[in-house]
Design a protein around this ligand. Sequence first.
Ligand code: HEM
Length: 552
Amino acid sequence: MSQLSLSWLGLWPVAASPWLLLLLVGASWLLAHVLAWTYAFYDNCRRLRCFPQPPRRNWFWGHQGMVNPTEEGMRVLTQLVATYPQGFKVWMGPISPLLSLCHPDIIRSVINASAAIAPKDKFFYSFLEPWLGDGLLLSAGDKWSRHRRMLTPAFHFNILKPYMKIFNESVNIMHVWPHLGPLDVPPYDCLLPEGAPWFTMQAGFQGAKWQLLASEGSACLDMFEHISLMTLDSLQKCVFSFDSHCQEKPSEYIAAILELSALVSKRHHEILLHIDFLYYLTPDGQRFRRACRLVHDFTDAVIQERRRTLPSQGVDDFLQAKAKSKTLDFIDVLLLSKDEDGKKLSDEDIRAEADTFMFEGHDTTASGLSWVLYHLAKHPEYQERCRQEVQELLKDREPKEIEWDDLAHLPFLTMCMKESLRLHPPVPVISRHVTQDIVLPDGRVIPKGIICLISVFGTHHNPAVWPDPEVYDPFRFDPENIKERSPLAFIPFSAGPRNCIGQTFAMAEMKVVLALTLLRFRVLPDHTEPRRKPELVLRAEGGLWLRVEPLS
Ligand code: HEM
């Protein structure tokens, strides 16, 4: 056996078996890593000292549990923002610091950084991956920038313009369901997970639409429930040209999307089930798998069918001719897209992007619309002014339909919408992982490796940015009043390279829905105040209930 003399280390000769050598190398490697990590950790702590931090609960839990996803949590956050108007540092446990940023001057450096320097942090979105794949919301690096360039034309106004018909039609169905009576369809909740309180699917799906439900004079409705279904209906038509009549009768596909969204939110609250292996053993995990399969099969089938009908040559000419005679849906546009080298998207890519639009476009818009109706219910004077604006616009027109060119002629309604998106931003927070030191305008440095939470809600409620931030005042968005304000004071659609690609689509749909709703109904508050509930989007606990009264 070979002998290794370690006397130079002050050790006596040792029989150096390969195992001992391996152990020594392993231990040195481990020690080097622990030392490097400890050094980096202390260095980061030192560099983060310039960021204020609220008192910790204790050394182990840090600030965990300080801002819960409840109404109380939202109030605590509002207080924190008032106390630390530039942002603050929190500890998620003993060794994980986070920076919460809530001022335009600080946010600017992170949100406008390139997608490589401040990529998305997957914390909020990781559970969406099996469903959405590598679509725009979740992808990163070169793939993201190539796809972003390819998909931007899909949201050009020439593509969006024909969707106005779809928006009008979907809101008409929500208001007046022309085909079936209230009890002609079975209950809809067959596919929904237990304990999805925000989506009880009762009134809407025993068949009646707003006009019928309010035929006795008025009806109390959960806005989230009705409006989510309507936004899904619109999206399914815009993305796939598919009419599932989901507002009139149950649709497995739509139920699966609602189920997936509910399951992802639920999983966030169950720490043990963050581990995939455990999650997929649970009934919820299996439902998630099943619903994912159903949604993917649907999207794949549409893509296959579309490819089958495409001619083998002259695809571009074929689609361009189709565009002239008929609305191009997002699938057509994705099939047409080419990068700079003429390379097209694969079927898998198209599926991921289409599924991403379906997810990202429905809940966000439904949240935005539900909260603006809530604010208008609380402020009848603003509601009446919006109504007059719409009546004036449509006064000699039949049928009463909002067209693309009308969108620019609803200034007060737009101000009311923006003020609501300020107070209740559908996406309350976004996160970024800083891969290089970022120097802030005041000289402080956000060290490499830190996760930053860009608090959209915090920025919108920051008294250093918005005087009397809790007051609903649409005149803040009067063109005269926005001149002095930073463009980053109002970021419901985020900003910078990874801003929302669907914001024009969303604003157009919201205006159509709001205009037609106010034309036909008076909206009144319910007696109980909604309690805010931030999940992937900002909801209300138990739904957002408002009363609607048909106008004669
Ligand atoms: C009121 C409605 C909406 C709001 C408030 C909203 C808000 C946002 C926000 C804040 C982001 C950034 C997320 C992040 O950085 O983590 C985002 C990204 C995105 N949104 Fe929207 N959104 C809305 C509607 C829509 C619609 C209708 C679509 C598509 C039809 C859409 C598609 C997307 C996509 C694909 C991304 C990812 C963009 C990228 O990373 O390149 N959104 N949205």
